[in-house]
Design a protein around this ligand. Structure first.
Ligand SMILES: Cc1cc2nc3c(=O)[nH]c(=O)nc-3n(C[C@H](O)[C@H](O)[C@H](O)COP(=O)(O)O)c2cc1C
Length: 191
């Protein structure tokens, strides 16, 4: 798939088919992530791939977090119900990938680690799309970071950056309009 097409067509997918993704395809996508640029060439990303019941503590925690901010059952809008269903199951995705970075007390180095892992994560999302897979960059679940740390048995020196469900999409999502499609305000030309 052409790179520009992948960038343009990738969408956040919130509904998945239950079929698992073959391991070699997941590895191919993670290899693309591993080719990202990184601060000081530290390649400081790490990816956890959760499948089957290993996903449960993570999906349950996002479900609880979302439910806490919503009115009780019966008083929710259709949109809230749909989002809650997504949160509770990650849209039924067969896999969840969690990206981490090294914890660093130095704010500049910490930012560098974050940027490196974010670059790798975007590679992952684009490669997944090129493979016909869906993803959704998620930081909301970090509202209950402890539950995710516990599920991954993370050491204290590792920090979670983002998560994504991974699987075959079971919905077509229209593209979101750009705020400034002609880049009149988002780009400053200094000539
Ligand atoms: C840093 C970041 C955090 C995000 N966190 C969440 C999240 O917690 N839950 C969610 O459903 N979507 C999340 N998203 C997805 C955005 O809502 C989505 O990218 C945006 O609405 C644009 O839609 P698109 O990805 O289909 O173009 C996140 C995206 C980014 C980049």
């Amino acid at each position: 798939m052409d790179l520009y097409q992948a960038i343009r067509e990738r969408r956040s997918i919130r509904k998945y088919k239950p079929e698992p993704v073959p391991k070699d395809v997941i590895l191919k996508v993670l290899e693309a992530a591993n080719w990202a640029p990184s601060g000081m060439n530290l390649q400081q990303w790490k990816f956890y791939v959760l499948s089957g019941g290993k996903r449960d503590p993570i999906t349950a925690s996002y479900g609880r977090l979302t439910e806490k901010n919503y009115p009780p059952a019966g008083e929710r809008t259709e949109q809230q119900e749909a989002f809650l269903e997504w949160a509770k199951t990650y849209g039924g995705a067969p896999h969840i990938i969690v990206a981490t970075m090294p914890r660093d007390e130095n704010p500049r180095r910490s930012k560098m680690h974050l940027e490196s892992v974010a670059a790798a994560f975007q590679n992952l999302l684009l490669a997944a799309h090129a493979e016909g897979l869906g993803t959704c960059w998620m930081t909301g679940p970090l509202g209950d970071e402890a539950a995710i740390r516990e599920a991954l048995k993370l050491a204290a020196d590792e920090e979670i950056v983002a998560l994504t469900p991974l699987g075959y999409p079971d919905e077509l999502v229209p593209e979101k309009p750009r705020q400034d499609p002609e880049l009149k305000e988002k780009v400053v030309w200094l000539e």
